[in-house]
Structures are given as structure tokens and as C-alpha cells.
Design a protein around this ligand. Structure first.
Ligand code: SF4
Length: 56
């Protein structure tokens, strides 16, 4: 599984990190991947309001 966050479009809402704290952390107001193997990343991708978390 490959995960990418289009950081330049992140609005810093933090919802992804709330849904998936094992996989994503907020650094300087931007979502950053902490653990690309976290099972909850799929959920984080689904809740992102601007749909910038891409899983392939
Ligand atoms: S949910 Fe989307 S917009 Fe919000 S912090 Fe995460 S990546 Fe950024």
C-alpha cells in the first residue's frame, strides 16, 4: 500500500489525525504520515474534507 498526502492542499483541520492517530500526525499544522502501515489510514482518507489523502 502506498499513501500520499497532497500537503500543499492540506487545510490543517486535523480530522485525519483524530481518526487515525497511529498513522498520521499534525506537524506545523500539516498532516504528515507517521506510519504508512497503519490500518486506519483508509478511514482517514475517507474523512478528509478536501480529499487529499491518496491510497494506491
Ligand atoms: S483531514 Fe485532510 S485537510 Fe484535514 S488535516 Fe488531514 S489531510 Fe489535512
Amino acid at each position: 500500500m502506498k499513501i500520499e498526502i497532497e500537503k500543499n492542499k492540506c487545510i490543517g483541520c486535523g480530522v485525519c489525525a483524530s481518526v487515525c492517530p497511529e498513522g498520521i500526525e499534525m506537524i506545523n499544522g500539516v498532516a504528515t504520515i507517521k506510519n504508512a502501515d497503519a490500518d486506519c489510514l483508509q478511514n482517514a482518507a475517507e474523512v478528509c474534507p478536501v480529499n487529499i489523502i491518496k491510497i494506491n
